[in-house]
Design a protein around this ligand. Structure first.
Ligand code: ADP
Length: 461
C-alpha cells in the first residue's frame, strides 16, 4: 500500500514538473511569435526618440545624458566611426554584435536585433541580456556619427517583480508538494482500510466496519460494494452452517428411528405390529433417499454445461399423476385439493419439471394448516403457460419472502423447525425454471401462500 502512496506522490510531482516545462515552452513560443515584434517596435520608438533628442540638443554632454538614461533602466552600447566604444548601464552577458551591424547603423540603418533574435526553446528572448538583442539607431552629436544600441535593463526594471514572482512560484511549489502528500494520504486511506478488511474477511471475521462507505466517489462505491459482499458472504456462511446442522439432524432422526424399529423387529411381534414397523422403516428410508436425491439434483444442475433432456409432453397429465401420488398425504392431513387444468403440450425436461411440481406441492401440503385447502390452476397464454399453486397455511413473513429461493434457507419459525426439510427445494425449483427460461413468484399473507410459475410452452426458443 505504501508503494501506491509513493507512486501517487511521484506521479503528481512528475505531472507538475512536466506541466511547468510545457507552460514554459508555450509562453516562450507566445513571446517569440506574438510579443517579440511589438517589443521591438516599442524599443525602436524609445531609441529613435533618444537619437532625435541628442540631435536636437548639441549643447548636452552625450556621456552624461546616456548615463542618466541608463540610470532610468536601460543598457546601452555606443560606437563611432573610429571604433571607439562605450557601455552604459548594466553589463551585457554576451557583448557581441553580428558583423557589419555597426557599419550599417552608422550609415543610417536601424538595427532590429530584438525582432530578429533567434528563437530557442529554453531561452526566453525577452530576458536574454545580449548585445545582439538590442535596437540600434544612428545618432549624430556635434557633427560626429554614432551607432547607439539599447535594450531595457530587465533586472533593474523587474527586480521587485522578479522577487515577487519567485516567492509566488516557490510558495506554489512548496504548498502543492505538502498538499499532494496530505491529499494522497486521504485518497489512499480507504484503500488501506479495504485491504485491512480483506485480511480480516479472509480470516473469517465478517465485522467489516470502519470503511468509508459514505464517500461520494468510486472509492466510496468500492467500499460499500465490499461491505455488501462481506454481508453476503457472512449470510452464505451462516446458511451453510445452518444447513449442515439441519441436514445432520435430518439424517440423524430417520437413522435413529430406523435403528429403533429394527431392534423392535427382532422381538416377538404380532403380524400387525410387524407390518406397521416395516412400513415406518420404509418411510424413513424414503425420506433419506429424497434428501440425497435433492442434493444430487442440485449438484448436477449446478454444472454450467448441464444438458436438459427435453421432450414434448402433456403438462396436465404430469400434474394429475403427481396429484394422485399426493392423494394419501392430502387425505391424511384432512386437506382439500381442487384443480383446474387443461391439455397443454410443453417441451421441457420432464423429470426436472416433475421435481418442480413435487417440491411446490409437497410444500403446500407440509406448510398447510389443519383442514386447509390447496388450489392448482393452469392458464394457457399464447407462448407460455402459468401455473399457480395456492395453500391456506400461515404464509411467509416479509423478512423471509425474499430469501426462500436461496439455497438452504428455511424460515426461522417454530412451525418450520417442527416440519422436516432442508431448505433446498425452492432453490432447486428456481434453478430448474431458470434453465427452462421460466420464472417463479410468490405472494403471501397470513391466509396462505401462492406460488406462480410462468413457463414458455416451447422451451427450445
Ligand atoms: P424446505 O421446505 O425443505 O425447508 P424449501 O426450499 O422448499 O425448503 O422452502 C424454503 C422455506 O420456504 C421453507 O423452509 C419455508 O419456511 C418456506 N416455504 C416454502 N413453501 C412454503 C409455503 N407453501 N407456505 C409457507 N412457507 C413456505
Amino acid at each position: 500500500m505504501k508503494s501506491l502512496y509513493v507512486k501517487f506522490v511521484v506521479m503528481t510531482l512528475g505531472i507538475m514538473i512536466l506541466s511547468f516545462f510545457i507552460a514554459f515552452v508555450v509562453s516562450n513560443a507566445y513571446y517569440q511569435y506574438n510579443l517579440k515584434a511589438s517589443n521591438d517596435e516599442k524599443n525602436t520608438e524609445i531609441a529613435t526618440e533618444i537619437a532625435s533628442f541628442i540631435d536636437a540638443n548639441p549643447e548636452i554632454s552625450l556621456e552624461e545624458y546616456l548615463t542618466t538614461i541608463a540610470d532610468a533602466g536601460y543598457q546601452m552600447y555606443l560606437a563611432d566611426t573610429d571604433n571607439n566604444e562605450q557601455f552604459f548601464g548594466a553589463e551585457f552577458n554576451v557583448p557581441i554584435l553580428p558583423e557589419d551591424v555597426i557599419g550599417n547603423v552608422l550609415s543610417g540603418e536601424i538595427y532590429h536585433g530584438m525582432a530578429n533574435f533567434e528563437a530557442e526553446i529554453f531561452v526566453t528572448g525577452f530576458f536574454a541580456n545580449e548585445l545582439s538583442n538590442t535596437i540600434g539607431v544612428p545618432v549624430e552629436h556635434n557633427g560626429t556619427a554614432y551607432a547607439l544600441f539599447l535594450r531595457p535593463d530587465i533586472n533593474l526594471l523587474f527586480n521587485e517583480m522578479h522577487l515577487l514572482f519567485g516567492i509566488l512560484f516557490m510558495l506554489t511549489v512548496l504548498l502543492s508538494i505538502v498538499l499532494v502528500f496530505i491529499s494522497a494520504h486521504f485518497l489512499i486511506k480507504p484503500v488501506t482500510k479495504l485491504s485491512e478488511a480483506t485480511k480480516l474477511l479472509a480470516a473469517g471475521d465478517y465485522s467489516v466496519h470502519d470503511l468509508d462507505t459514505n464517500r461520494r466517489d468510486e472509492l466510496g462505491e468500492l467500499s460499500s460494494n465490499f461491505a455488501r459482499m462481506s454481508r453476503q458472504i457472512e449470510y452464505n456462511d451462516k446458511i451453510q452452517k445452518d444447513f449442515i446442522s439441519n441436514i445432520s439432524h435430518d439424517i440423524q432422526s430417520p437413522l435413529s428411528s430406523i435403528k429403533g424399529y429394527n431392534k423392535l423387529l427382532n422381538k416377538p411381534l404380532t403380524a400387525a405390529e410387524r407390518t406397521e414397523y416395516t412400513e415406518t422403516v420404509d418411510f424413513e428410508i424414503d425420506r433419506l433417499s429424497t434428501m440425497t436425491e435433492q442434493l444430487l439434483v442440485l449438484s448436477s444442475i449446478d454444472h454450467e454445461d448441464y444438458l436438459l433432456r427435453k421432450e414434448s409432453y402433456n403438462l396436465r397429465e404430469q400434474l394429475e399423476r403427481l396429484i394422485k401420488v399426493y392423494e394419501w398425504k392430502i387425505n391424511e392431513k384432512g386437506l382439500m385439493l381442487s384443480h383446474k387444468l387443461q391439455d397443454t403440450e410443453i417441451v421441457a425436461d420432464k423429470a426436472l419439471m416433475n421435481t418442480v411440481w413435487d417440491n411446490l406441492l409437497s410444500n403446500a401440503v407440509k406448510y398447510n394448516g389443519d383442514a386447509g385447502s390447496i388450489d392448482i390452476e393452469m392458464t394457457r397464454y399464447k407462448a407460455h403457460t402459468v401455473i399457480t399453486i395456492s395453500d391456506t397455511g400461515e404464509g411467509i413473513d416479509n423478512t423471509s419472502i425474499d430469501k426462500i429461493f436461496d439455497r438452504f434457507y428455511r424460515a426461522d419459525t417454530a412451525r418450520t423447525s417442527s416440519i422436516g426439510g432442508t431448505g433446498l427445494g425452492l432453490s432447486i425449483v428456481k434453478k430448474i425454471l431458470d434453465l427452462h427460461n421460466g420464472s417463479i413468484n410468490v405472494r403471501s399473507n397470513e391466509n396462505g401462500a401462492t406460488f406462480t410459475v410462468r413457463l414458455p410452452v416451447d422451451t427450445t426458443e
